[in-house]
Design a protein around this ligand. Structure first.
Ligand code: CP
Length: 310
């Protein structure tokens, strides 16, 4: 088992707060847990004394199931909360809801919330450790950790690797967390998408900005392709999905024109035929399902390390 060495933070609110040493400790711990979850008996007793509540105020498939599996593989007691079937609908505040759950002797909170900063707000008001499972358009730290872990598994080291993030950067918490994580690990990062979907401040984060998809594909070792987040778009940022697919979608013919193969990644959910065609998503260079597999080990590592510091 990994040494019970703790992180420099009591909560995982965002990658911005982590040191490179924190990230490397999470990766080394995740590698141990990846070995565990590939055994016939996929469970260790590390968190058997702890209770974790998964509070999801926004839809999720991958993150929610991945956290629940990670907690169960660590032998924690798990409770799941979905805002759509809770007393939040009757007007209860976030803080009251969480304090009521904590009074039932819950030790750790995993929370997804549509409001940027919601987990930060709670972290100043409650005693339990909090893991941000995505706060609005702000950060999705465990997604960035599992993405970088998956790249590291492929390349060994991210120092100097060229990673391009394509698509709707403006509304993406995955993009922001990935940028913080990759920069801390020494990778070069480029963002590529229509000008309306790239925030004006983005270059100040130390990334290059490009609007030409083929040029960016030529440059990169990794293409991390993001979904158009229509649910967060209150105005039109491009004329139609068909037009977006035509000018910013990534297809197999583009990959075939490259001098070398590149790694294809996507955090999911995929919109096949919009930002990525099926033959790219399912190609031999796609590690989309490995990302999902690694998510369980990475989340086990985060839970284990935060619990170790309690
Ligand atoms: N990648 C990701 O966060 O997916 P879900 O919204 O399904 O959790």
């Amino acid at each position: 088992m990994p040494q019970a060495t703790s992180l420099s933070v009591p909560h995982l609110l965002g990658i911005k707060d982590l040191t490179r040493e924190d990230i490397e400790l999470i990766f080394d711990t995740a590698a141990t847990f990846k070995e565990v979850i590939n055994r016939p008996i996929k469970k260790v007793p590390s968190l058997r004394d702890l209770t974790v509540a998964n509070l999801f105020f926004e839809d999720s498939t991958r993150t929610r199931i991945s956290f629940e599996l990670a907690e169960k593989r660590l032998s924690a007691d798990v409770v799941n909360f979905s805002a759509s079937s809770s007393s939040v609908k009757k007007g209860e505040t976030l803080l009251d809801t969480v304090n009521n759950i904590l009074s039932m002797k819950v030790d750790m909170i995993v929370m997804r919330h549509p409001a940027p900063g919601a987990p930060h707000f709670l972290s100043n008001r409650i005693k339990a450790n909090i893991i941000n499972a995505g706060d609005g358009t702000h950060e999705h730290p465990t997604q960035a950790l599992l993405d970088a872990y998956s790249m590291r598994e492929h390349f060994g080291d991210l120092e100097g690797k060229k990673v391009a993030i394509f698509g709707d950067i403006l509304h993406s918490r995955v993009a922001l967390s990935n940028i913080f994580c990759l920069k801390k690990l020494g990778a070069a990062v480029k963002v590529c998408g229509p000008p309306t979907l790239l925030p004006k401040y983005i270059a100040s984060l130390g990334v290059e900005v490009e609007h030409d998809v083929e040029k960016t594909l030529q440059w990169c070792d990794v293409a991390n392709i993001l979904r158009i987040q229509l649910e967060r778009q209150d105005i039109r940022y491009f004329p139609s999905l068909r037009e977006y697919a035509l000018y910013f979608g990534i297809n197999k013919a583009m990959l075939d024109r490259l001098p070398k193969p590149i790694l294809i990644m996507h955090p999911g959910p995929i919109n096949r035929g919009v930002e990525i065609t099926s033959d790219v998503a399912d190609s031999e260079h796609s590690i989309i399902l490995q990302q999902v597999e690694n998510g369980v080990a990475v989340r086990m590592a985060v839970l284990y390390l935060l619990a170790g510091a309690r």
